[in-house]
Design a protein around this ligand. Sequence first.
Ligand code: AMP
Length: 287
Amino acid sequence: MIEVIATIGEVRKIVEGWKNENLGVGLVPTMGYLHAGHESLIRKAVEENDRVIVSVFVNPTQFAPNEDFDRYPRDLENDKKVCERAGADLIFHPTAEEMYPADFSTYVNVTKVSEELCGASRPGFFQGVATVVTKLFNITNADRAYFGQKDAQQLAVVRRFVRDLNMNVEIVACPIVREKDGLALSSRNAYLNAEERKAALVLSAALAKGKELLANGERDARKIESAMRRIIETEPLAKIDYVKIVDAKTIEPTADVKGTILCALAVFIGKTRLIDNFFLADAYKPE
Ligand code: AMP
């Protein structure tokens, strides 16, 4: 069975051994309750690295007091099975105390890129993410780290602090894995009852509408967002947090669709907040 390591010291020792043998190390940071989306990241990491670490840590600093930290789904036994069948070498599963000693007082704060979208609705969220991911990079000394495009803004934030702080790790983006009916896989889908599960299809339906308008040549970002909002508003269980088209790199809203854009949304289905998105590269083609 795959090894589960709880302490920073032990991980460091193991990685040091690998590095002495010149082995390349991949890291897949997760909050556990692993599904096929996580598994695709792990498989890619296994393809591209000699050794792969999967971190399973529900990071308290990225949850606001009113959010779902306590009830976030956890299942380490299944996580072990997923990691093992995907070919990972070890799971790093620290306690909150191991990661955050009582007098912990240093945070990584990324401005601008983290201010729109999820950053606007979840204050402190990206500070928590940037801090824990920085710690994981330092602890594992990984050569490459794997992130899903499902969390597109997170990816932009990670890329930004890695560049700004000159971190020596390559960031690899992986495509969104979906259910057959279009719903993006998420650990939080476990919160949905049967009725909500059906209602959650408005997220991918709204994105499909956005894609359709773009394919037909619409370039007014606000018009596209409005059409997408109207689709979501047909679903009584859905409440929009945001529907936005932004520049993919800076995460700043754009009036006209040009360059590479990110079309992202966050929608509450009942009490569960779900996110989804798509990228469009080189959206602007001169007539
Ligand atoms: P989480 O456990 O939700 O923090 O996610 C850990 C990593 O898995 C993040 O980089 C996510 O973007 C990625 N991930 C989560 N869901 C999916 C999905 N459906 N497809 C691809 N990657 C995903």
